[in-house]
Design a protein around this ligand. Sequence first.
Ligand code: THU
Length: 133
Amino acid sequence: MQNELLTAALAAMKNAHAPYSNFKVGAAVLDADGNIHSGCNVENAAYPEGLCAEAAAIAALVTAGKKEIMQVCIVGESGKNIPPCGGCRQKINEFATPETPIFVCGPEGLLQKFLLKDLLPYSFDRKHLEEAE
Ligand code: THU
């Protein structure tokens, strides 16, 4: 994992809006051109409206006109190993490949490397829509 990916995720994490869980998360994705897009979790007083850090990073990627995720870095302030939630696995899957690495980090550095295929086996994607025709 590039150091810059964790640096970007950490910077995003510091801006997390997590007054309800007090669980700040940052995420960064590396695109196919080597650019990094980051995001943080954004909670809401209406709890289900909260946004995960990965979703925010993916929104930044797409906003920048990019559609490919080469690497993902997720960092939690707690230092715990926090693999992406189920919904975020699906969101990553939209722009990644089964071999895309997902680096789960604490503020001090890498805790565990996953591959998307191990976090989201038998995933639903666009080819299932094509096959339905
Ligand atoms: N959270 C993330 O941002 N990403 C994850 O992968 C797991 C959970 C956030 C959502 C919520 O704001 C807080 O962490 C506690 O669940």
